[in-house]
Design a protein around this ligand. Structure first.
Ligand code: WTA
Length: 651
């Protein structure tokens, strides 16, 4: 914890939407009493156009025998109307999406009016295919405007979208299709990033060969690269043929506030990825409200969040929040290094971006390439920077602040999760001096607590597990198909609280510092991967008998993946097999699951009850061979010396 803090400039403060005093008063009100909480959120719900205004606000109880989470439960609305129709009268020609293609010569500006038309046409097409309210539609798409159009078209007709990140494998896609029992898949012929093609449609074909995917009736394919792909007669249709001739008027479905809006699969510490369910009224109220607070949004902002639509950040803060607020959102198809590392800066200048929201992993990668690339651009349009996805180390924070932001843009370090729907902690710009690496303060309505491993709530400066004792409108409602797992994962360890899975410290000033996951979830380049999920991919290879996966420090990605593998007898420990295993895991899960280190060992450190002692493996993976802590519970302590030798020798 570095305590050096950075004051916000007088110039920024003068124009900021929130003042330090206002934050303190409003925050206090937002958590004070059930009545005050309801009054706070009833006011925020006025940011939304309701078909039927809610008369009820919160209905939340974390006690397991009377558990419920409902917000605005008698309200009715349609989110696509909030994102589109309501801006048409005053601002029809304002850019809704500025799309920057993979190649710098290609960009498109789509007004709210054009976006509305595209959404209506696709909404009508989906209805024509028989998609009705409550049906699931899976999106497996590159970063092209049609991805946002498809999300909004689902929202318009009440279909529940499930976006699967385009970097996931056919197998991962298939598993998500099976769990969601989707009726339709929307994809593209290929994705294009940094000049490289990703075979999206071919992956869909492979996924649909899997048993259990029979629910899928249609595959809608966007023509992106034009390379030839097989289309199967009755099942596959081209997007452009489908929407051609459809009406630009599409009656929005009336949605109850608690009707589901989307599923988004994310990794947990055990088992298969879980389908996080978000609903309608609370989600959009929380999204727009936090967006305005945290990003200090003004009418003419050009806001760029670099997250892929396959992640929660791409849902809430690339798509729904900005569009509901009538803010121009920038969408980038490519990668920061293409054609050179100067690309991010060039895009900022080209589109006069005022707010940049990105991840520490991208910041570290750019930092490593040196300042000269960034200095190719002048970035004078920028006024605010954001960070999300993992703790940002102070060096990266400094570089982001001084080089990308030229020392004049506050950085909002935003802590939140797929489950939380929106940001829970961040320094609201203008309300507090910034401390590099700290998520600082809770947002309105959010009551964080730090607990010890017995669940005792710690006061004052403290370190422990982070729980939230309040409810907030954007929180997840359940795990799709598995409500018991939802209750067990989040509400059982610390009864009466939502358990985040993260550790945190609270400093002398009451500010929060997130220290990272305390469960078996890895945060690799800001992407969540379960160790159990990677282990089962490793042991699916015929040469392996057992595997243990742990995280290890990684210069760019924050956390790297380290595998300790026991081979089946008769298998030889060779570099070829290591390479083969690496390929295998990438094929099973996707390129984000790339093993950074593989040790082929003879035994794993286990307790007498057979549990792998991951703490020891984490130390070894980080190159710490001494001071391995208490080894008394090990079943066989002789394992350790061999392990240390094997790791040192890089076997
Ligand atoms: C981590 C991403 C520190 C954290 C929005 C959390 C962070 C997990 C921060 C959720 C941050 C996210 N500082 N850690 N500002 N933001 N995390 O579901 O461990 O992909 O639990 O949601 O990322 O990842 P997820």
């Amino acid at each position: 914890m570095t305590q050096k803090s950075f004051p916000i400039s007088a110039e920024f403060m003068a124009a900021a939407n929130t003042t330090p005093d206002k934050y303190v008063t409003d925050y206090q009100q937002s958590i004070e009493s059930p009545e005050a909480i309801d009054a706070f959120w009833a006011k925020r719900a006025e940011l939304i156009d309701w078909i039927k205004k809610p008369t009820k606000v919160s209905n939340v109880n974390y006690d397991l025998d009377d558990f419920r989470i409902k917000w605005f439960e008698d309200g009715e609305l349609n989110i696509s109307v909030n994102c589109l129709d309501r801006h048409l009268e005053e601002n029809p020609y304002k850019p809704a999406i500025i799309w920057e293609g993979d190649h710098p010569s290609l960009h498109k500006i789509i007004s709210f009016k054009e976006l509305h038309e595209a959404v209506c046409r696709l909404g009508n097409s989906l209805r024509k295919l028989g998609v009705v309210k409550g049906d699931r539609v899976t999106l497996y798409m590159p970063m092209i405007p049609e991805a946002m159009v498809a999300m909004l078209a689902c929202a318009r007709i009440g279909a529940v979208h499930s976006v699967v990140f385009g970097g996931f494998s056919a197998e991962s896609l298939g598993n998500r299709l099976i769990d969601s029992r989707s009726k339709v898949v929307i994809t593209a012929d290929e994705g294009l990033r940094g000049g490289k093609h990703t075979p999206l449609k071919a992956n869909v074909d492979h996924a649909l060969d899997m048993d259990g995917t029979e629910s899928v009736e249609k595959v809608i394919v966007v023509h992106r690269t034009g390379n030839s792909i097989p289309m199967s007669g009755r099942r596959d249709v081209w997007y452009h043929n489908l929407v051609d001739g459809q009406s630009e008027i599409c009656e929005p479905e009336v949605m109850n506030a608690e009707d589901p809006l989307f599923l988004l699969y994310t990794s947990g510490s055990t088992g298969k990825p879980k389908g996080v369910v978000h609903t309608t009224g609370g989600y959009i109220t929380y999204a727009i409200s936090t967006f305005r607070d945290v990003f200090d949004i003004k009418e003419d902002d050009v806001y760029w969040c670099t997250a892929d639509v396959g992640w929660i950040t791409g849902h809430t803060y690339s798509t729904y929040a900005p569009l509901a607020n009538g803010t121009t959102t920038v969408m980038f198809e490519g990668v920061p290094e293409h054609p050179t590392w100067a690309r991010i800066g060039h895009i900022i200048d080209k589109h006069d971006v005022t707010i940049l929201y990105t991840a520490p992993t991208a910041i570290r990668a750019m930092m490593k390439e040196g300042d000269a690339f960034v200095r190719e651009s002048d970035r004078s349009s920028l006024r605010l920077l954001g960070s999300v996805g993992e703790p940002i180390n102070p060096e990266a924070w400094d570089w982001y602040y001084n080089v990308v932001g030229d020392g004049k843009c506050p950085i909002v370090d935003t802590w939140w999760q797929t489950e939380t729907g929106g940001i829970l902690m961040a320094p609201i710009p203008g309300t507090v001096d910034l401390k590099p690496g700290a998520a600082m303060t809770p947002l309105y309505g959010v009551k964080p607590e730090i607990v010890d491993s017995d669940g005792a709530i710690l006061e004052g400066p403290a370190e422990g597990n982070l729980v939230i004792s309040s409810g907030w409108p954007g929180q997840m409602r359940t795990i799709y198909n598995d409500h018991p797992r939802f209750l067990k994962t989040y509400f059982s360890d610390y009864p009466g609280h939502y358990f985040t899975g993260d550790g945190a410290q609270r400093d002398e000033d009451g500010h929060y510092w997130i220290t990272g996951r305390v469960d078996d979830v890895l945060n690799v380049a800001g992407h969540r991967l379960g160790t159990a999920e990677i282990e089962s991919a490793v042991v699916a290879h015929p040469a392996t008998a057992e595997a243990a996966i742990v995280g290890m420090p990684h210069e760019i990605r924050g956390t790297g993946i380290c595998a300790f593998i026991i081979l089946k007898s008769g298998e030889e420990k060779t570099d070829d097999l290591k390479a083969e295993l690496k390929r295998h895991v990438r094929a099973e899960i996707g390129p984000i699951a790339t093993l950074d280190a593989i040790y082929m060992v003879d035994a794993l450190p286990k307790t007498r009850s057979g549990k792998i002692m991951r703490r020891i493996l984490r130390n070894l993976a980080a190159g710490q061979y001494v001071g391995l802590g208490d080894l008394s519970t090990l079943a066989d302590s002789s394992v350790i010396n061999d392990l240390v030798e094997e790791v040192k020798a890089g076997r």
